[in-house]
Design a protein around this ligand. Structure first.
Ligand SMILES: Nc1ncnc2c1ncn2[C@@H]1O[C@H](COP(=O)(O)OP(=O)(O)OP(=O)(O)O)[C@@H](O)[C@H]1O
Length: 452
């Protein structure tokens, strides 16, 4: 066992309950790596629980022990045998890749290109709702006509909303339709890592050949290219080569790429050549449907009532919903109890409280005032200058969206305004979100802050 992890565990034993340590931390295996510590969980349930409940604690303890901010990487597997990496949903943002170079290219065996597609991420397991309909349709189109439908296809939106899932689904469908199709999926950090490695080992020709010999290149989270000039340069050339020979490119980004600072203008412009589709946070019905579908896939018995409880209370993103489901399943399994609404309320009390806490009208007002750098008293005042009026309307619309309060109650909370003013604010903001990218991003970001 890694000596650092042993010391960390000893300390944590003094802080956490014996049950928690034995159930969740003892089963982890550890290996030191260049940037910190790599922890291997025996299964996805343990991984999700450790990530959601103990990771911050572990990182703080490592900080105490070493005086450094070490990165902790979580994966399913064992420290002795490397398992294939899980998709981004289940691992921490990985450290830059020199520590984890890509496997050597093996063009003779086409399957080597595809090993990193997650077979569970398919269109069948993807629940469609208003928020992701367009993204799903576009990804399917691309998978049916790679290189010809939309190139590149760019899926963008907040974290944990299914972009990676759709990207893999497209890759899997391409492979299903043509098993010889060479699909390469990479997180952007892996692209950076592979490039650094190629520079280090003076094998740039091999690097170029490798990336340009695929039929479809899928790169996740390209916002990480920001500020990395050499990477952008290389990616730009790779992009051009693939594009010109009609090889498919699918990319994801956490926001509209034009809004990513320090991304070269010529790259931004290329990204806009194909189709860019926003993936929005799912609405209540879609959240509940996703939960039921995930529960079914995992063989976990969850009633509609439980799904509705979680969907109502956890609005931040699908990953958080799934994390809650995993925790519930693990707990129910451990105690041998069925997952009733009471059991869910009891088991997830802290988690649900965190999600509920922020969502009050005063919290929304405070958060919006902070976000737009205006004073709370000005936000609640009658002043009509635009710099106050718009944030005020956003705060009103958020209050309607995220709380159960009526329009008159919200009006009252905003310095005694009429309910028609609140209604007007909600309509204005809704319309703006449809037409103005910046507005929509602000809106989503605020929802994430408030519900995350
Ligand atoms: N509509 C959906 N139907 C089924 N599962 C979904 C849906 N949306 C998201 N998920 C699930 O939520 C989890 C997180 O999704 P994913 O990793 O694709 O998010 P992401 O948008 O790529 O986030 P990030 O930007 O952080 O990488 C995955 O397990 C995925 O399967």
């Amino acid at each position: 066992m890694s000596d650092l992890w042993r010391r960390c565990l000893e300390r944590l034993e003094g802080e956490l309950s014996a049950e928690d340590v034995h159930t969740w931390l003892m089963p982890l295996q550890a290996r030191d790596d260049t940037f910190g510590l790599q922890l291997f969980a025996p299964n996805p349930y343990t991984l999700d629980t450790v990530r959601d409940r103990y990771l911050k604690r572990i990182e703080a303890m490592l900080q105490q022990l070493t005086g450094h901010d070490l990165q902790v990487r979580l994966e399913v597997g064992s420290s002795a045998v490397r398992m294939p990496p899980r998709p981004a949903s289940a691992v921490l943002p990985p450290v830059p890749a020199p520590a984890q170079p890509l496997p050597a290219p093996a063009p003779a065996a086409p399957v080597a290109f595809n090993h990193n597609l997650d077979p569970h991420y398919t269109f069948e397991t993807f629940v469609e709702g208003k928020s992701n309909q367009l993204g799903k349709a576009a990804a399917m189109q691309v998978a049916m006509n790679p290189g010809r439908a939309y190139n590149p296809l760019l899926l963008y939106g907040g974290t944990g909303l299914g972009k990676t899932h759709l990207m893999h689904a497209a890759g899997n469908l391409m492979r299903e339709r043509n098993p010889d199709f060479k699909v390469l999926y990479l997180r952007s950090e892996q692209f950076v890592g592979a490039m650094i490695e190629a520079l280090r080992t003076k094998s740039m020709d091999e690097f170029k050949r490798r990336f340009r010999s695929v039929d479809a290149l899928l790169i996740d989270d390209i916002q990480f290219f920001a500020g990395k000039d050499t990477t952008q340069e290389e990616f730009f050339h790779t992009f051009n080569a693939l594009f010109e020979s009609k090889q498919q490119i699918i990319l994801t980004c956490d926001r509209y790429p034009k809004e990513v600072d320090k991304l070269e203008p010529r790259l931004k412009s290329r990204l806009g050549w194909g189709l860019s589709v926003a993936i929005e946070p799912p609405d209540f019905e879609t959240r509940a449907a996703i939960l039921l579908s995930k529960a079914h896939d995992k063989g976990v018995a969850v009633s509609e009532n439980v799904a509705m409880l979680l969907a109502k209370r956890i609005r931040s993103n699908v990953r958080d919903l799934e994390g809650a489901l995993n925790t519930l399943a693990a707990r129910a399994n451990f105690y041998g109890r069925p997952i009733t609404t009471e059991f869910a309320e009891e088991t997830l009390r802290d988690l649900l409280a965190t999600h509920a806490q922020a969502v009050t009208v005063p919290n929304i007002q405070k958060m919006v005032a902070d976000y737009y750098q205006v004073r709370l008293q000005d936000l609640l005042s009658k002043r009509r200058v635009r710099s106050l009026a718009r944030p005020r309307q956003i705060a009103m619309a958020l209050s309607k969206e995220l709380t159960e309060h009526s329009l008159p109650e919200i009006g009252e909370a905003f310095g005694g305004r009429d309910h028609t003013t609140v209604l007007h604010a909600c309509r204005t903001i809704k319309k703006l979100c449809e037409t103005d990218t910046r507005m929509r991003q602000d809106w989503e970001q605020l929802i994430r802050i408030l519900t995350g």
